[in-house]
Ligand binder design. Structure first.
Ligand SMILES: Nc1nc2c(ncn2[C@@H]2O[C@H](COP(=O)(O)OP(=O)(O)O)[C@@H](O)[C@H]2O)c(=O)[nH]1
Ligand SMILES: [Mg+2]
Length: 266
């Protein structure tokens, strides 16, 4: 089934049964933009699955449950969700209530203004990061700030997963990530190198209060480093020029999208 609402929310889950109802009530009360959501789980026994089924049975028609098409792991789960979205915009958010969902309508507004990637940003003015292991925080902050100041990527927080993408752009950037949350960094770096329009919005990230983190810093670090160094390649100026000339419009616009969703010169 193809997903065609103006906004599709992709939520990877790993035993988030204790969080899902609270997450859904925040999503439903914070987001005014018409949306659908794809919840991606890895295995049938995941304790999120019955809770999602209960919410759907209570009359919530905007949720689709999907099994990770790439076995287990959060990268495959996010990829499964992204690949199901054919047009419009797609937001990736976490199920453990770590992201600031009150920002989503504004993120969607920036997308309508012509941005292909809108990044939730903990390290710009007004952004915050609350909790989480010190080493993970420090690495993520250092990489985000250095990619911004040394490389000119238009966000201070490239590693954050909380991002809104143009679905057509995601379809052009073939995903190579295999582990952890490197995928958000990969797409940001590739969007930048290919001349897509990127912006950011201050957001607050909070560590979870229920369930447990699956983050594996040492195991995933080499994957993050790969994309970090990849970012220092030259920008593909021909791609950028072609896009600025308007030769690569999104294939399909959501019904509510005004004609203003056009790429603009960076
Ligand atoms: N499908 C799937 N989702 C996962 C996996 N690991 C984490 N997640 C989800 O990804 C989100 C963030 O995970 P979390 O472990 O809290 O990472 P942290 O916030 O960086 O500590 C949550 O929604 C998790 O349920 C996984 O192996 N498979
Ligand atoms: Mg978390």
């Amino acid at each position: 089934m193809a997903f065609r609402p103006p906004l599709t929310i992709v939520i990877p889950v790993y035993n988030e049964g204790a969080n899902f109802k609270a997450l859904w009530s925040v999503i439903a009360s914070s987001i005014r933009t018409p949306f659908g959501a794809i919840v991606v789980y890895d295995f049938e026994q995941d304790d999120t699955v019955p809770v999602v089924a209960e919410v759907v049975a209570s009359g919530e028609s905007r949720i689709t449950l999907r099994k990770n098409g790439y076995g287990r792991g959060v990268t495959g789960a996010i990829k499964t969700g992204l690949e199901a979205v054919e047009s419009g915009s797609v937001l990736v958010t976490m199920a453990d209530l770590s992201d600031d969902l009150t920002q989503v309508d504004e993120m969607y507004g920036l997308y309508l203004e012509g941005f292909d990637l809108v990044c939730g940003s903990r390290y710009m003015k007004g952004g915050r990061l609350i909790g989480g292991p010190f080493f993970k925080q420090a690495l993520s902050r250092m990489s985000g700030l250095s990619l911004h100041y040394l490389r000119g990527i238009p966000t201070h927080d490239a590693t954050n997963s909380f991002k809104l993408y143009d679905a057509a752009m995601v379809r052009t950037l073939s995903i190579e990530s295999v582990a952890g949350f490197e995928l958000g960094l990969e797409l940001t770096v590739k969007a930048f190198l290919n001349g897509y329009r990127i912006t950011e919005i201050a957001s607050t990230w909070r560590d979870r209060t229920a369930g447990s983190s699956q983050f594996r810093i040492l195991q995933w670090l080499p994957h993050y480093l790969k994309w970090y160094f990849y970012a220092f390649q030259p920008v593909r100026t021909s791609e950028r020029a072609a896009r600025s000339a308007g030769s690569s419009e999104p294939e399909c616009m959501p019904p509510s999208m005004p004609a203003g969703k056009r790429r603009m010169d960076p």
